[in-house]
Design a protein. Structure first.
Length: 100
């Protein structure tokens, strides 16, 4: 009987990523099967690299798709923590179009 990627001895391998304009961090870690997004963020220690980091429950995702903090992870998932936008993209485009 072979084991699939979700059944290896240590559990699941996932990544947690966060970036600011000055610094980015990608942390790979092993978590237990059934681990949630919130648990992976805590276990990653990412807050040590970014002490100012506040997790907005509406601003986390897996591979670019927003998910809930309670979402379970699968082997190979990349948990992304998003920052608030510095400027509204629609407003920025309007301003650029107005200068033409």
């Amino acid at each position: 009987m072979s084991t699939g990627p979700d059944e290896k001895a240590g559990g699941l391998t996932v990544e947690v990523v966060y970036a600011t304009p000055a610094k980015q961090e990608l942390i790979e870690l092993e978590v237990q099967k059934g681990c949630t997004v919130a648990e992976a963020i805590e276990q990653s220690g990412i807050r040590q690299a970014f002490p100012e980091l506040t997790i907005d429950p509406a601003a986390v995702g897996i591979f670019g798709r927003k998910v809930l903090l309670e979402s379970p992870l699968r082997d190979g998932d990349r948990v992304e923590i998003y920052r608030p936008l510095q400027a509204d993209p629609k407003e920025t485009r309007r301003r650029r179009a107005g200068k033409s």
